[in-house]
Ligand binder design. Sequence first.
Ligand SMILES: O=P(O)(O)OC[C@H]1O[C@H](OP(=O)(O)OP(=O)(O)O)[C@H](O)[C@@H]1O
Ligand SMILES: Nc1ncnc2[nH]cnc12
Length: 178
Amino acid sequence: MQARTVRDYIRTIPDFPHEGILFRDVTTLFADARGMRLCVDQLLAPFAGDRIDAVAGLEARGFILGGAVAHQLGCGFVPIRKKGKLPGRTFAQDYDLEYGKATVEVHADALEPGARVLLVDDLLATGGTARAGIALLERLGTEVVGCAFVVDLPDLGGRAALEAMGMPVHALCSFEGG
Ligand SMILES: O=P(O)(O)OC[C@H]1O[C@H](OP(=O)(O)OP(=O)(O)O)[C@H](O)[C@@H]1O
Ligand SMILES: Nc1ncnc2[nH]cnc12
């Protein structure tokens, strides 16, 4: 039977990358033409009436979605990368992950102050990555109009943390229990 919803295309792999983690694998969603189309359309739907000047995506899976969303909107794409990958002058932000610690960076001249930016990633877990991305975008003087994710893991608290900051959060599906 044909998969119907975005959630149906996502594969769960237990114990990756560590024992006890249920890894929600979006490669099976991205590999499907209809799945990708559903993702891009649904990620944008709540922001249809908003002015969006740019899309920012979080490395790595947020690049795949963010590029497609930016193309659909007809605006530019700004990568928020793991430490040490961007060649120009950067701002950096440390953060905690569900399984580890990391640092993300953005080019200091990536966007004009006042630009209205949509932040895109594949998955929201603790929200540490998204909060680091928002902090970088705000350091550039931009306004983050919202965050759009394919997957929310509500038990890990990311949505609650973002909403407590007053950030609009849009997720296409959720998995209870991590
Ligand atoms: O809400 P959080 O707890 O911060 O977790 C969510 C982040 O974790 C995953 O990326 P990961 O850091 O595994 O990097 P990758 O996309 O480069 O594999 C996912 O793609 C999000 O970016
Ligand atoms: N459970 C999970 N599945 C996929 N990516 C993740 N990033 C953080 N937690 C994850």
